[in-house]
Design a protein around this ligand. Structure first.
Ligand code: NAD
Length: 321
């Protein structure tokens, strides 16, 4: 653990969505930095196995609870990290109302907890607040191009609401908030079936079947390895930045290039198969990370090939391949 994370020593953190992909990695880093961590998760899209190695350790507990209900945590709380929400298109299209509820009611409960405890809140927002952007890369000052009533609107608008709510609590009640606009993140503990490109590509490549491309594959994505992402998120949490900050890797690749990189990582080249493009799928996606670099002294460091190699080992173990 780097010295700049010593602010967590002996502090109490509540991680909503702590059994999920990002939430569990945050729990790992916070526990390693000496924090006492309560993870709250209803296991809608998460997995208790993600934190099984922490359960039973002094200072860590996992609570099975829906954060859209009353949120009660006994004792002092210094940090509330709100990472509860279905996050992949497959998940939020399957649970549209839960997605809207956790972004709205869940954020309200999280802010209420932070206010009652005098804690600082870190909100997991998303690059999806930019919708199908008309500027590339996307700076925090860009207001976005979101279709509120399309199928993806349940996620995008819930996150936009959650940002508005966080800043209202800051302005009205003085709650300290940090807002991370997280760009696509990948790594171990992603679910094979979560429908995102990386799990789908690894699953296909490891089974030696063509990788599914939605559209012609010319749309771009910018992918951040989870260790880099978590480092950026924790730096943001202990920073002075109240407004939103993009946390992502600006290395932009087309989906076809990504499919090639996954095949290279796996060492099998079964090719690709084209499927129709989903409604409102963004054409470009790339963070402007100027703010993160200047305010947090942070930028992503792990190259795509290395991140994919580490992620491939995880999926290989899952598939027994
Ligand atoms: P995930 O699905 O792995 O984790 C979300 C966790 O929240 C799960 O464990 C789920 O069970 C839990 N959850 C959902 N609804 C809940 C509720 N009502 N009460 C309690 N727990 C609930 O997803 P993730 O990829 O780890 O995403 C975490 C957060 O980061 C989300 O808010 C997501 O929107 C945001 N985010 C992630 C990415 C990414 O690339 N992974 C990108 C942008 C934003």
């Amino acid at each position: 653990m780097a010295d700049d994370h010593t602010p967590f020593e002996g502090r109490c953190a509540v991680v909503l969505g702590g059994a999920g992909f990002l939430g569990s990695h945050l729990c790992d880093r916070l526990v390693a930095a000496g924090a006492r961590v309560t993870a709250i998760d209803n296991l809608l899209t998460g997995d208790a196995d993600n934190v099984a190695h922490l359960v039973g350790r002094d200072g860590f507990r996992l609570v099975d609870s829906d954060v859209t209900n009353y949120l009660h945590v006994p004792g002092p709380v210094d940090f509330v990290l709100h990472f509860a929400s279905p996050a992949s298109p497959v998940d939020y299209l399957r649970w549209p109302i839960q997605t809207l509820k956790v972004g709205s009611l869940g954020t309200h409960k999280a802010l209420g907890l932070a206010r009652a405890k005098g804690a600082r809140l870190l909100l997991a927002s998303t690059s999806e607040v930019y919708g199908d952007p008309t500027v590339n890369p996307q700076p925090e000052s860009y207001w976005g191009n979101v279709n509120p009533i399309g199928p993806r609107g349940v996620y995008d608008e819930a996150k936009r609401f959650s940002e508005a709510m966080a800043l209202a609590y800051h302005r009205e009640h003085g709650v300290e908030v940090r807002i991370a606009r997280i760009f696509n993140t990948y790594g171990p503990r992603m679910r094979l079936e979560d429908g995102r490109a990386i799990p789908a590509f690894f699953q296909a490549a490891l089974r030696d079947t063509p990788l599914p491309i939605h559209g012609d594959g010319s749309q771009t994505r910018s992918l951040c390895y989870v260790d880099d992402e978590v480092e950026g998120l924790l730096r943001l949490l202990v920073s002075d930045a109240t407004g939103p900050v993009n946390i992502g890797n600006p290395q932009e690749v087309t989906v076809l290039e990504l499919a090639q990189a996954v095949q290279d990582a796996v060492g099998r080249h079964p090719g690709v198969v084209f499927h129709p493009r989903p409604v409102d799928d963004p054409t470009v996606r790339r963070p402007d990370t100027t703010l993160a670099e200047s305010l947090l002294g942070w930028k992503a460091e792990i190259p795509l090939a290395e991140g994919l190699a580490r992620t491939g080992a995880w999926f290989r173990a899952r598939l027994g391949a």
